[in-house]
Design a protein around this ligand. Structure first.
Ligand SMILES: Nc1nc2c(ncn2[C@@H]2O[C@H](COP(=O)(O)OP(=O)(O)O)[C@@H](O)[C@H]2O)c(=O)[nH]1
Ligand SMILES: [Mg+2]
Length: 371
């Protein structure tokens, strides 16, 4: 499931897009490397030269169109990708422009073939060696002036892929737990603590901070857990349009929000600011249930934990540093996710998640979370 381009980051499969100048240089090198006609028959010198020039033109055209077509084929079909990844495209560029650019490249590839037909026809009409060489040179000239026009377009695609490749491989159909809270509350630490394997470190295209992204095995399904540095950690009214758009993109994949509080002396935001931020997030993610977690209890006295509980109305009290309270939190998350599997529209296609039908048909009463 992880490598299915329909559910994972579609930009990861784009291996390499050659810049236009590299495509041109390679094509000319290949074409110029042909020194002798590959036709062995006993034919006149003029005919041999004519075959040689044809070979060179063919090679040049093939190399150019092959490379340009490979860009078109390698690039994800933006209309088909998940809205989450479409929004990311619109953050670093625009889906409309990508479509236009790919359309222009397709047109260019066809034009090269047309020019080739014309020029080969001209070659057939002469048996003068100097004219033949000049037809081949003219073909190269026409190709270069045409293909160079795509320099900016290809650079644009390279830029998009570069930015979107570093986004973690979010699976768009797995249940997703998003960790929010002020800077330094312990979001990344929590992802590390509750992930089964070693989490991936990546970037959203719109933040310079690293995000930590992991998976946890909840028995009947894998879930993905992701933190949100620089996004869900400040009051919303201080945000730029791009940040708001970024937050909107996360809404496409999030199912549960874990909001973390810090009541220790190290807290970056005051208690009031942390509560305000939670309010902003709850409003924005109104479709997602929120679990309130107090972290860093190792730094607090019992009295302070009580105060924090009253201040933040927290349900779980943990220390990611000492591993305290995490089992209870994970159990609560499991319960929430498993209930969602049964009820949420997003998960109705059970086959994709490899959850047994039997499980989904069970009555709520004999539902066992002990998995
Ligand atoms: N004492 C204590 N420190 C913690 C705990 N959890 C995280 N930290 C520390 O808080 C800092 C920020 O943690 P991090 O996970 O990077 O926070 P993020 O910015 O929300 O992702 C790091 O220095 C962690 O070691 C905890 O439970 N107790
Ligand atoms: Mg972090």
């Amino acid at each position: 499931m992880k490598n299915d381009p329909k559910t994972s980051n579609p930009f990861r499969r784009v291996t390499y897009i050659s810049p236009i100048d590299e495509i041109i240089d390679n094509a000319f090198q290949q074409s110029q490397a042909i020194r002798r006609t590959r036709i062995k028959k006993r034919i006149s010198r003029e005919q041999k030269l004519s075959f040689l020039e044809k070979d060179r033109i063919n090679t040049l055209t093939d190399e150019l169109t092959r490379k340009i077509d490979s860009i078109i084929n390698l690039f994800p079909w933006v209309e088909d990708i998940h809205p989450f990844y479409q929004e990311l495209c619109n953050l670093v560029g625009s889906v409309d422009k990508i479509k236009k650019v790919l359309g222009r490249l397709k047109g260019m590839s066809n034009q090269l073939r047309e020019i080739e037909r014309e020029q080969l026809q001209k070659l057939n009409d002469t048996n003068h060696p100097i004219v033949m060489a000049s037809i081949r040179k003219e073909t190269g000239g026409r190709y270069v002036s045409l293909v160079k026009k795509a320099r900016g377009d290809v650079k644009y695609l390279i830029r998009i892929v570069k930015k979107l490749k570093s986004v973690p491989d979010f699976n768009t159909i797995l249940p997703t737990i998003v960790i929010a809270g002020a800077p330094n509350v312990g979001k990344s630490s929590l992802v590390r603590c509750i992930s089964s394997g070693s989490p991936e470190v990546g970037e959203y295209p719109f933040t310079t901070k690293q995000i930590v992204f992991g998976h946890a095995n909840f028995g009947l399904t894998l879930v993905q857990i992701v933190d949100t540095p620089g996004l869900l950690d400040r009051p919303f009214d201080e945000r730029s349009l791009i940040e708001l758009q970024s937050i909107a993109s996360i809404k496409h994949i999030s199912d549960v929000i874990v909001y973390m509080f810090d009541y220790s002396k190290k807290a970056e935001l005051s208690a009031k600011e942390q509560n305000n931020l939670l309010e902003d997030i709850s409003n924005e993610f109104s479709d997602n249930p929120t679990i309130r977690v107090l972290n860093k209890v190792d730094l607090l006295t019992d009295e302070q934990i009580k105060e924090a509980k009253a201040e933040f109305k927290t349900e779980y009290h943990v220390s990611t540093m000492e591993g305290k309270g995490l089992e209870e939190l994970v159990e609560a998350l499991k319960t929430m996710v498993l209930t969602m599997l049964k009820t949420k529209e997003k998960f109705k296609d059970v086959a994709k998640l490899s959850i047994s039908e039997e499980f989904l048909l069970q009555e709520e009463e004999d539902f066992s979370y002990d998995i």
